[in-house]
Structure formats: C-alpha cells, structure tokens
Design a protein around this ligand. Structure first.
Ligand code: NAD
Length: 292
C-alpha cells in the first residue's frame, strides 16, 4: 500500500450489506500489479444514504464507483448520463466520473458475453434459453441481444419479476435485432422443447446456491443435448447441482459464473483506467481470499 499518496484516486463500492464483496480484492490486486494510482474501497451505503454517496463521488473527485443492491435502480436519478447497457436494463452497476459528469453503465452483461467468448462461444447468431430475469438475467439478455444473439426465450416463474421480464422482452424486441419471448417456468414442456432448440442455456436464478444448493431447475439429464453450452451464474459453490447433472449427461461445455463475475469487474476496470485487468492474477487472488 506504499503506492498510495496525495495523487491517489478513490473508487468506491456503494451497497448494503457489502463487506463480504470480492471486488476490493479484485481491483486493488489489479491496481497494484499495473502500478496504477487508484484505491478501491467498499462502503455500506443503504438507499437512504445514496444521494449523499453520489454527491461524495463529485465532491471527492472520485474516479467512480460500483453500485450493487439496493442501489442499482435507485442511483439513476442522481447520474448525468446512462450508457446503453444501463439504459436497456434500467439498472447501473458502474459509475464513471469524467470531470464531474457521472455516467452509469451495467457491466454484468459484458462480463457474461466476454467470459463466454474467452471460452470459445460467441453469442452472435445463436439461440439462447435463459431462466431468470433479475439483476443478473436482465443484463445477460440485453447485452447478448446487443451483441447479435438471434433469438432468446426467457423463462421466469410467475413471481414479482415476471412483469419485469416482460418489459425486458419488449425492450429487446424494440431496440435490438434479437427476437425475444417470455414463458412461464411452470410450462415444463416448453422448457424441454426450448432446450432441444437452443445453443446456449443460462440459469440466472440463484437456484443451486445456498440455501438451494441441492436443487436444480432442470433435473432430467435427457433434456440436455451434448453440444448445448450450459452456464450457471452461481459461482459459490463452483459446481452447482445443475452443472453436475449437465456434466453427467455428457455436456462438454458447462460453466459457473466466476468468469462472468471477474469479467464484469474487468469491464468496469477498463472504463475507469483504460487498461486491461490482469485476469489470471486477479483470479488467483480471489481463490486465495476464498480459502481464508
Ligand atoms: P434477483 O433476485 O434479482 O433475480 C432472481 C431471478 O431468479 C428472478 O427472475 C426470479 O424470478 C428468479 N428466481 C429466484 N428464485 C427462483 C426459484 N427458486 N425458482 C425459479 N426462479 C427463481 O437475483 P440476481 O441478482 O439476478 O441473482 C441471481 C443469481 O445470479 C444469484 O445466484 C447471484 O449470485 C448470481 N449472480 C452472478 C453474477 C456473476 O457475475 N456471476 C452477477 C450477479 C448475480
């Protein structure tokens, strides 16, 4: 930490609760490795303190901030501009301060698409099935659509997110060339048929993570064809029940969400610093921290 001096720029993370986050480890490891004069700190900022938090970005001339729940939508009125990634989601996870102009971005979708690309799978021209349209699912859908996905079938259970899922489908159909539809997850026949049709299947629900770690939204291995790309946004545990079932069914390309998590950070890092995050180093630092 000897690199911190009078010229160091602060980057924050404003959410509540947030002290468990891996983002400070991720970004500070990268700043140190590249000898960049930034420091990244997490701040407990509940929604009622968000206005002051954003004012601090301006007053302290911070380079920017990440935001997470409960602030992803609530921050929008306090910003000056929204990038298309944030506009299509009506949610922000990254703020960049360019000489007093605050722009909101969502980098989760870029994280997903970039991780898939690095693993050898382009979304352009492909067909996707996505379960879940919340904080993770929505940017996955919109960014994949912006990046040339040809068709997406979103499945959501009939809960409070269903209406939001329909809005996402409408936005994709209006603003991109991707064809989107929404189906109730209760229609299991439609899900089975869609998995036989799709190139990529993404579960963005959190099923498979505590306290649902022994559950999977697809339990019949015959629903998986061997050349389907299966992606679970969960990364703790590293292998979810869904992933185990898919692997046992002979699916070759089965991934957890760790790469997406790191790549969404790398995309924010690029926006703040103009540099590429040293991914391997960051991944090692996260794994070491995990074991502590
Ligand atoms: P959210 O609460 O905003 O949305 C959850 C979505 O899943 C909703 O559409 C909801 O209807 C659906 N859902 C929830 N429980 C369900 C169940 N039991 N059965 C069927 N559908 C269900 O949550 P989120 O922020 O989108 O997070 C979802 C998952 O994605 C979590 O596991 C989270 O850890 C993970 N995530 C990963 C990354 C990453 O970078 N890898 C980023 C964000 C979130």
């Amino acid at each position: 930490m000897t690199r911190i001096d009078g010229h160091t720029y602060l980057i924050g993370l404003m959410a509540y609760p947030i002290r468990h986050s891996m983002s400070p480890t991720m970004h500070n490891t990268a700043f140190e490795a590249l000898n960049l004069n930034f420091v990244y700190l997490a701040f407990d900022v509940p929604e009622e303190k968000l206005k002051d938090g954003v004012a601090a970005i301006r007053t302290l001339e911070m380079r920017g901030s990440n935001v997470s729940m409960p602030n992803k939508q609530a921050i929008i009125p306090y910003l000056d501009k929204l990038d298309i990634s944030a506009e299509l989601n009506q949610a922000v996870n990254t703020v960049v301060n360019d000489h007093g102009i605050l722009t909101g971005y969502t980098t989760d979708g870029v994280g997903f698409v970039t991780d898939l690309k690095k693993k050898g799978h382009e979304v352009a021209g492909k067909k996707m099935v996505l379960i879940g349209a919340g904080g993770a699912g929505t940017p996955i859908a919109t960014q994949s659509a912006l990046d040339g996905l040809s068709e997406i079938r979103i499945f959501n259970r009939h809960d409070g997110r269903f209406g939001h899922a329909q809005e996402t489908v409408d936005i994709i159909n209006q603003k991109t060339n991707c064809q989107a539809s929404l189906t109730d997850l209760a229609d299991q026949g439609a899900l089975q048929e869609a998995l036989a049709w799709a190139d990529i299947f993404c579960d963005a629900t959190g099923v498979g993570m505590k306290p649902l770690e022994d559950q999977s939204l697809v339990t019949d291995p015959t629903w998986f064809k061997k050349d389907l790309v299966v992606y679970d946004t969960v990364y703790a545990p590293r292998e979810t029940k869904l992933m185990t079932i898919a692997k046992n069914a002979g699916v070759a390309h089965v991934y957890n969400g760790l790469g997406m998590m790191i790549e969404q950070g790398a995309a924010a890092f690029r926006l703040w610093t103009g540099q590429n995050m040293p991914i391997d180093l960051v991944q090692t630092a996260i794994e070491q921290k995990d074991q502590q």
